[in-house]
Ligand binder design. Structure first.
Ligand code: ADP
Length: 914
């Protein structure tokens, strides 16, 4: 009781916030006469003036009243709409980086122009985020009239646009686009090899329309870019013939004398690190064998820049043949190579070794060499949108999710009052015992509306249900239209007319989103057609438009008299918010309207959560067949069931995020490094640091820190430096020469030798010529290992719940191991880059150019790149449906749901054999 009392005395936080905003509204209103007096030119000049003031340090908050007043004045002239006071309030909420809950039909599109204009004055770009391409285009084109009038540029960002167009769209003051496309652009920008290929600017401010839909409904799965690495089966098979012909060296070298080889061979094996090193002889032999196999041009060297990948393949094949053994490290089952966990002996189904090793083992075992589908990049919406400097959101239904917005995104929700009081009547739920009775009642209600001339929108939670009702209405000969959110543009047209007298529309909750249902239908389009008809004289136009409008007024009044738009729902959704969205389609801008949910004990939600209780009530009341129960207590117990489901779903999203946070931190590190590499003029310092660190690690395996000379294995170190790093460092001679040499000095000598070797290359080729090659070596190593790392994380996540049984906290375990894997990744990149750059033989500028180009070409050899945002069940969200391109979705099983979102099986839809 107490909290309620306190609220009454002090006012809720929402009311207090609104009070503050209303004071600013008064300031804006007071400015109106001043700006009304300006002519168009003078009004537009305000934009330049504001920009200059912002550049000089004036804060946006200080500028807000004037800027909002200018936008309102501009809108009056360009759009013939004057922002309502509540829209000004909503605009302030968005500018403050909060979520504005504003009811459907109250004008969020126009509201958005206020904070967009204000924030665009900084020149940093504002992103407007919509749920589909159709809405992005429609809203952008509509509002561009206002922005352009005030001198701001507008860009539209659509999928499949050429790079230049995307860059232009992002360079505009305001950019409209979908959440998916912004996210994919971000990922793609972090896959480029050249700064000039990036399309986005730094992420400054985004306003997310239908924010609940995007940040909550769609946030349970990440955006994924995947593709197939280039198919190199032939190379694996050919090299597989070469590897067995090279001979292992037998015998250990004596650390002191360097003697002791029993039988010289082509390579040595380091069992501990699972590595193989070619000896000098081995190198020559390998080159000869590869040349014979036609893999290496006659006279070419394995050290040539062009052959870096061949070297890689050779090492993988040697490891496959000499280190990895069947039934110990792996088993061969059903034509596949499956890894055996070293420690537990468990089969790691689905897991693959990286670096081409798995393919090399497949070639060795004579099973199919798989070029698997790889995740190239991925991100969740949560983590994408959290990167913006400021984020605002708008929707008709946020209040039920206010806690999540606050918790996950740090966004506060402010409920904006309607411009005119709502008149919609939300009736209590009617609960029937069976589905059959429920649907009979639904049809009765629909028929009643239709016959009286009241438009009705029948909402369903699934396409199946829509089709079921459609079949029932067909049987009753009731004319109707069905919308399944497959064709956004066409459905928007239909929804716009769903308010005509007696029209029956069946729609899933996704269909026709963002389009407003006007009582009596929408005549705007017809008016536009008449206005655009050049063959008509103005007087005829005016006459026709007047006629149209008066007809519309008649229809509008007739529909109002019948109670406005009737919403009939056939099921409760898991989430109250979705139910509210449906209700919200009626009763716009103070129109009359009504809504009713028809339920039965057969509904899933009822069965699982509320059924027993409601059934007990029904039994107690001894309800006869066909009768429904209608009581507040029932509606309340259903709502509490929904609350339970919402809570569970929130936990799922939070879990996903907690796991994604780990890879998110790592992604940020990798992308930052990539960007540094892309943007740096010189990479010498980075490379030098990597090399120093790599060579130190090498030395430390043979000369431990703070060790005594007796413990050093200088012979092996010299050999490894020579075989693996192409460095001749006479360490033994060095030690013999001086009487007190420390392990630090050994490190120093080796690092110096590395520097000398590399400086020699630079001297020969020129730093400018070598830089693009160095850049590609770095990028390619980072990219390749990052992709493999993503697969490892995936695998780790899938298996981590098993740790729960061993009394371990899975999340902690995941974090720990993910960190471990990531440091390994950084180590591997460091070593690989250093090794490549020390080994590579580049003699001339042309060679450097060719090598860089070859590497870039190889990096681009990813085929079947697909962009997906899978649903939780693994199916794929639909894209704008017209011209649906199923090939974008990679492999779809015949019995999987069709990726177009039709709800049908793939084989019965886009997968139909023609
Ligand atoms: P929402 O996105 O909030 O559901 P819309 O932005 O689609 O609503 O706007 C609903 C309708 O209200 C549109 O037809 C629009 O033209 C109209 N509208 C919005 N704001 C105003 C205004 N200030 N004056 C007149 N009409 C408005």
């Amino acid at each position: 009781m107490l909290p309620k009392l306190l609220t009454q005395i002090f006012g809720s936080r929402n009311e207090r916030l609104l009070k503050g905003y209303r004071r600013v509204v008064q300031q804006i209103n007071a400015l109106e006469p001043k700006f009304e007096a300006l002519d168009d030119e003078a009004l537009r000049a305000k934009t330049a003036e504001f920009k200059a003031r912002v550049a000089q340090g004036e804060s946006l908050d200080a500028l807000l009243p004037e800027a909002f007043a200018v936008v309102r004045e501009g809108s009056k002239r360009a759009l013939k709409m004057r922002h309502f006071d509540v829209q000004l309030i909503g605009g302030m909420v968005l500018h403050a980086g909060k979520v504005a809950e504003m009811r459907t039909g109250e004008g969020k599109t126009l509201m958005g122009t206020l904070p967009v204009y204000l924030n665009a004055l900084t020149g940093k770009g504002v992103h407007l985020v919509t749920v589909n391409d159709y809405l992005a285009k429609r809203d952008a084109e509509w509002m561009a009239q206002l922005y352009n009038f005030l001198g701001l540029s507008v860009g539209i960002n659509l999928p499949n646009m050429p790079r230049e167009q995307k860059q232009a769209a992002y360079a505009a003051d305001v950019t409209y686009g979908t959440n998916n496309e912004y996210g994919f652009d971000y990922l793609r920008d972090n896959m480029v090899h050249d700064v000039a290929d990036r399309v986005q600017r730094p992420l400054a401010y985004a306003i997310v329309d239908e924010v609940d839909s995007i940040l909550i409904d769609e946030a349970r799965t990440p955006l994924i870019i995947s593709g197939q690495a280039d198919d190199q089966t032939d190379v694996y098979l050919a090299i597989n013939q070469v590897a067995p012909r090279l001979k292992k060296q037998i015998g250990e070298l004596d650390p002191r004398t360097g003697e002791g080889v029993i039988e010289p061979g082509d390579f040595t094996v380091d069992e501990k690190s699972h590595q193989i090193y070619l000896t000098e002889d081995g190198h020559d032999n390998a080159e000869r064998l590869l040349a014979e196999a036609g893999l290496l041009p006659e006279g070419a060297s394995l050290y040539d820049a062009a052959n870096i990948s061949l070297m890689h393949h050779l090492y993988a094949a040697l490891r496959a043949h000499h280190i990895y053994h069947r039934d110990q490290h792996y088993v061969v089952q059903n034509g596949e190579v499956t890894i055996v966990d070293e420690f537990t002996g468990r089969l790691m189904t689905g897991r693959r070794w990286s670096d081409g090793l798995h393919q090399a083992v497949e070639a060795k075992e004579g099973v199919a060499v798989q070029s698997e589908n790889q995740t190239l990049a991925s991100i969740t919406f949560q983590n994408y949108f959290r990167m913006y400097g400021k984020l605002g959101g708008m929707t008709g239904t946020a209040d039920t999710e206010a806690y999540e917005f606050q918790e996950i995104y740090g966004l506060e929700t402010v409920v904006i009052p309607p411009n005119r009081p709502t008149q919609r009547r939300d009736e209590l739920d009617l609960v029937y015992k069976t589905n059959k009775e429920k649907f009979e009642a639904v049809v009765r209600d629909i028929r009643d509306c239709h016959e009286r001339g009241q438009p009705v929108l029948v909402g369903t939670t699934s396409i199946e249900n829509s089709e079921l009702i459609s079949a029932l209405l067909n049987k009753e000969k009731l004319p109707h239209q069905v919308l399944n959110a497959k064709q956004h543009a066409k459905e928007a047209e239909i929804v716009a007319q769903a308010g005509r007298p007696g029209v029956i529309t069946i729609a899933t909750n996704m269909a026709g989103r963002g389009t407003d249902i006007v009582l009596g239908g929408n005549v705007e389009n017809q008016v536009k057609v008449i206005e655009a008809d050049a063959s008509l004289p103005d007087s005829v136009k005016a006459e026709r438009i007047a006629k149209l409008k008066s007809e519309w007024a008649g229809l509008h009044e007739a529909v109002k008299a019948q109670g406005g738009l009737r919403i009939i729902a056939t099921e409760r959704h898991e989430s109250r918010r979705i139910d509210n969205q449906l209700r919200g389609r009626s009763g716009r801008q103070g129109d009359p309207g009504s809504s009713r949910f028809y339920l039965s004990l057969d509904d899933q939600l009822m069965r699982i959560f509320a059924g027993d209780r409601v059934r007990a009530i029904m039994d107690r009341l001894k309800m006869p067949e066909g009768e429904a129960i209608e009581a507040g207590i029932v509606t309340r117990s259903i709502e509490s069931a929904q609350r339970k489901v919402e809570g569970r779903n929130f936990d799922i999203r939070k879990q996903l995020l907690e796991y994604d946070d780990v890879s998110n931190d790592q992604r940020k590190v990798i992308y930052q490094q990539r960007n540094d590499i892309l943007e740096a003029d010189s990479l010498v310092e980075q490379i030098t640091n990597l090399r120093a660190s790599s060579l130190t690690d090498v030395v430390r395996t043979f000369v431990p820190a703070e060790s005594l000379e007796e413990q050093w294995d200088l012979a092996s170190l010299e050999r490894v430096l020579r075989d693996e790093w192409q460095l001749e460092v006479p360490l033994k001679a060095l030690v013999e020469k001086s009487d007190a040499i420390t392990d630090e000095e050994i490190v120093e000598a080796v690092v110096k030798a590395g520097d000398a070797s590399f400086n020699d290359k630079i001297a020969r080729v020129g730093i400018e010529q070598l830089t693009p090659f160095m850049r590609m070596v770095l990028l390619q190593s980072i990219d390749q290992h990052w992709r493999e790392h993503l697969a490892s994380l995936d695998y780790l996540r899938q298996g981590i719940h098993l740790r729960g049984y061993a009394q371990k906290n899975p999340k902690q375990e995941y974090k720990r191991e993910a960190f471990e894997l990531f440091s390994q990744l950084l180590d591997v990149v460091k070593m690989e880059v250093t090794r490549t750059l020390l080994n590579v033989r580049i003699q001339s500028q042309e060679e450097a150019d060719r090598a860089a180009q070859a590497m870039e070409a190889r990096a681009d050899q990813v085929s079947n790149v697909t962009y997906t945002h899978p649903n939780e069940d693994g199916s794929v969200s639909q894209d704008p449906a017209d011209g649906f391109d199923v090939s974008k979705y990679g492999h779809v099983g015949r019995n999987d749901p069709c990726p177009c979102g039709s709800g049908k099986k793939f084989k019965a839809c886009h997968g139909k054999l023609s």
